[in-house]
Design a binder for this molecule. Structure first.
Ligand SMILES: [Zn+2]
Ligand SMILES: [Zn+2]
Length: 896
């Protein structure tokens, strides 16, 4: 059997990533029956390309999915992408700008066609990359939020909510981006701390010689004031209630009203009211039936209603207004003021609150069921603390503004009659007005918020509103794995929509993964220049190594630190396994052993050790075989539990420990001896191959490429019961019969003896190649272990042992445990150095013994010290004394 000397994942990863798809391994069948495990992907933006956050998310999902597939479950990972309204529109707009084209000049239809064209050409970048990293999605079920089927689901939901009175059109104060020319949700506004000013402006009170002083951070909005408010409890101004003030610069009279908007404790206790340009004032205006005077338009320019300032940019208007107020002596003072400025998440333009006609979903009635689903634990957040975040948002939920002034997206299924202004919401375009019968209806120009369609994702992707087989089998899904940043945008809305339209929560568990950080624990960002590109490092280290590096640190509730060093070490781990396989394959070839597939395949349990009948009829199972199956068994138990509880880091660490320290460092080293003694498909080979094959299966969900490559070479195609791929082989499970605690104890003793010998050799700075002799005085079972494994000890520690059953060795260099004393001969050349070391050791022991005795005789100390501490000092003193005795004996032995 051939295996290349060097582990080069680039040689085989592309092959398997294609082959798994060609073989239909990822494909789920609703008809197949069985226990179901389904999961929908958080659809990446169609504009996206794979970043480390995706790769972490996809690796975690893939580990869960691959394990379930190997457990024999009917497993579906449903993939797809999101049309990402504003993000995609901006990408294409930028491309057009490079060609000197403006989308408005192009017209809506041509522009949308252009976006589709872009999507066809570049939209599957992320899909190709996901295939490359081994994400085992069922690509035959791939969906796009603007697909015909999903668009039908969107229209259906909109119409049903409208008919239920849960969608309405209303005037509302929205966050408006004057650059993107669209309303954006609260969640798409980023708040930045900024140093601004607080301008105090004098408003003359008509019929008196008094002024009311109001303070504002946005003086340009004063042009749209329609009242000033004072608090009913504020005695300072009670006599002014009922009068008007003269709005400076505009020569308009506006009333003084009583409203809680004015806080007597804050500033002068008087506030200006601008219902068209501030959300709180908007509400106040509704309470008092105030007029809305819109002085800033959608592009951020002053309107005709701004009088002499009409046409100016909003910030230029601010400068002129302040200057003019100053000239008039109406500026009481200017204070520096720290404020939080809302900016458009996409383009960083300062957001302007504007009143406009928008479509809304009434969230309160819908949210009730979604709150109940989490309260009753029908949906569980992991880690649990995210539940609190979810509740905070759901209890304070506001109506959801779902219309966007964009062209790319689901156009709102509403039609306006030009004749009578009737609005009709329908699944298909009506031809005439339902009220006046006029033809020539116009569809609403707005599209729906991207999150409207992704909120339907778990069921729209399975064919809803039709009653499909997929929905019957795969809905609700078992699990959602996603980032904390979209709990509100997406997770909460999926819960709302799933409960409303499917009467069932869309998933049972939501696992929230961490963020990727660099070695300094900084978030990765383009501006910091610390971004690690998954495509670059998978090429460099291999996909499996990067996957493992990501999950090694993926403990629930913590962020993941990813460094080049970590990927180097996980690549070394992959290399270690490769070399182990190479060692096995070379020995198989030398011994004439063929690739072999263990026959016992009726269940997923760890196979039991193969017990050969020796000539004498006595069972002779080598210790290392009993041990490795027992360890494999413990490892299987831990890995299964860890993955099932999303402790991905723990699964990775257990596998690392097993492969590196148990399988490679000990098992294969012990096996080397047997391979030299034996040939042919004897018990040694049988157990070794079964153990390696089982271990590969256990590792497969984390490192799918390496394990498939080795498994395919190790197991002969066409063998009875052999699946076509390791991905379809059973996932190893704990089996009571495979546990062998005696073997584990014995190997522990063996490891301790070899370890002691290696330590002694290192202390004496002796070449590991120099053969030494020694005496082992072992108590109880350790004696038997030593004798039975004398040859292994000779090979692993390069020490030839004699065994004493009567007394501790008195000469040479000694190492002791509670089970044995091991004495190694000290070569003549080392005697002097060894004596010096022993003397130093003796001196140190004498010192710590004196110290301990002093403490124990110190009455002041003894009266205060807790019993536990005193006991521990006594116990240590005993150990030091015993050690001193041994050191003295060793010194005496040296002098002989
Ligand atoms: Zn913007
Ligand atoms: Zn009409």
């Amino acid at each position: 059997m051939q295996i290349e000397k060097i582990y080069e994942p680039q040689r085989f990863e592309p092959h398997w990533s294609r082959w798994w798809i060609e073989q239909g391994i990822y494909r789920a069948s609703a008809k197949a029956g069985g226990r179901v495990f389904s999961l929908v992907i958080p659809p990446p933006n169609v504009t996206g390309s794979l970043h480390m956050g995706h790769m972490l998310e996809h690796t975690e999902i893939d580990m869960v999915i691959r394990r379930h597939r190997m457990l024999g479950d009917n497993t579906l990972w449903l993939p797809g992408t999101d049309h990402a309204g504003i993000a995609t529109q901006m990408v294409v707009e930028r491309k057009l700008a490079e060609e000197g084209i403006d989308r408005r000049a192009m017209g809506r239809e041509a522009f949308v066609e252009r976006v589709w064209q872009w999507k066809r050409e570049s939209g599957d970048t992320i899909k190709r990359q996901m295939i490359q990293i081994g994400a085992s999605c069922d690509w035959s079920r791939e969906r796009f939020t603007l697909d015909e089927g999903l668009s039908r689901a969107v229209r259906e939901v909109f119409v049903r909510l409208y008919q239920k009175g849960l969608i309405y059109r209303g005037e509302y104060m929205v966050n408006w981006c004057p650059r993107c020319l669209t309303a954006i949700s609260d969640l798409e506004v980023t708040h930045e701390d900024s140093q601004g000013s607080l301008w105090h402006i004098r408003y003359p009170v008509n019929g008196t010689d008094r002024f009311l002083v109001v303070a504002t951070t946005r003086p340009e909005t004063m042009l749209g004031d329609t009242a000033v408010a004072i608090n009913a409890l504020d005695s300072r101004y009670m006599d002014l209630h009922g009068r008007n003030v003269q709005l400076p610069l505009m020569d308009r009279e506006i009333p003084i009203i009583l409203d809680d908007l004015a806080d007597p404790e804050f500033g002068t206790g008087v506030v200006k009211v601008t219902p068209a340009h501030d959300p709180n004032d908007f509400e106040c205006g509704k309470r008092h039936n105030l007029q809305q005077v819109k002085v800033i338009d959608e592009a951020g320019h002053m309107t005709a209603a701004a009088g002499p300032y009409a046409g100016l940019d909003r910030f230029e208007a601010r400068r002129r207004i302040v200057a003019d107020l100053e000239k008039l002596g109406l500026l009481a003072k200017i204070e520096p003021y720290a404020l939080s400025v809302g900016k458009c998440q996409r383009c960083k333009t300062i957001v302007e609150p504007l009143v406009s006609k928008q479509w809304f979903v009434k969230m309160k009635p819908l949210a009730e069921k979604a709150i109940a689903a989490v309260e009753s634990k029908r949906i569980e957040f992991i880690p649990e603390n995210w539940t609190k975040t979810y509740f905070e948002w759901m209890y304070n939920i506001r109506d959801w503004c779902v219309s966007r002034q964009l062209w790319w997206g689901h156009r709102i299924p509403a039609w306006h009659c030009r004749g009578c202004e009737e609005v009709m919401v329908a699944r298909e375009a009506p031809s005439t007005c339902a009220r006046c019968g006029a033809a020539g209806l116009e569809q609403d120009p707005d599209v729906l918020d991207t999150w409207f369609s992704s909120g339907l994702w778990p069921f729209s992707t399975m064919g809803w509103p039709d009653q499909t087989e997929d929905l019957a089998v795969y809905y609700p899904t078992a699990l959602l794995i996603t980032g904390f940043d979209i709990i509100f945008f997406w997770v909460a809305r999926m819960i709302v929509m799933g409960l409303e339209f499917m009467n069932e929560a869309p998933f049972r568990q939501v696992y929230i993964h961490g963020l990727i950080r660099d070695a300094e624990r900084q978030k990765m960002s383009k501006t910091k220049g610390n971004v690690i590109d998954p495509l670059v490092v998978t090429e460099q280290y291999g996909t499996d190594a990067v996957r493992l590096a990501l999950v090694m640190g993926a403990a629930p509730g913590t962020d993941i630190v990813l460094t080049q060093e970590r990927m180097e070490s996980t690549r070394a781990f992959a290399n270690k396994i490769w070399n182990a396989a190479r060692f096995l394959f070379l020995n198989m070839e030398r011994s004439g052993v063929e690739p072999w597939f263990p026959e016992r395949r009726d269940n997923e349990a760890i196979p039991e050790v193969y017990k050969p009948q020796a000539d004498s009829g006595r069972l002779t199972v080598p210790l290392e075989d009993r041990w490795i199956f027992s360890r494999l068994n413990a490892c299987a138990e831990q890995v299964n539990t860890a993955i099932a509880q999303y402790r991905f880091h723990e699964a990775a660490q257990v596998l690392w420990q097993f492969f590196w320290h148990e399988f490679c460092d000990w098992y294969l080293e012990l096996k080397k001896l047997r391979f030299e003694e034996n040939s042919g498909l004897n018990s040694h080979w049988r157990n070794t191959l079964a153990a390696f094959e089982t271990a590969l299966r256990l590792l497969h969900p984390v490192m799918p490429f390496l394990t498939e490559e080795l498994w395919q070479r190790l197991t002969p195609e066409g063998a009875a019961g052999r699946p076509v791929s390791i991905s379809l082989a059973p996932y190893p499970q704990y089996s009571h019969g495979a546990a062998d605690l005696n073997a584990e104890r014995e190997v522990q003793v063996l490891q301790d003896i070899v370890g002691a010998a290696r330590d002694l050799r290192a202390d004496m700075k002796l070449d590991p190649k120099l053969p030494l002799s020694g005496i082992l005085y072992a108590r109880g079972a350790a004696h038997k272990v030593g004798i039975e494994n004398a040859e292994a000890i000779r090979r692993l520690a390069n020490v030839k042992l004699d065994f004493s059953q009567d007394s501790a060795p008195s000469g040479g260099a000694v190492r002791s445990t509670h089970e044995f004393d091991l004495a190694l001969e000290v070569p003549m050349a080392q005697t002097g150095a060894h004596r010096t070391r022993l003397e130093k050791e003796k001196e140190q022991l004498a010192k710590v013994i004196a110290n301990s005795r002093r403490q124990l005789s110190d009455e002041a100390f003894m009266s205060k010290a807790p019993v536990r501490v005193v006991d521990s000092i006594r116990q240590k003193l005993g150990e030091y004394e015993a050690q001193l005795e041994k050191t003295e004996a060793a010194l005496a032995g040296l002098s002989k």
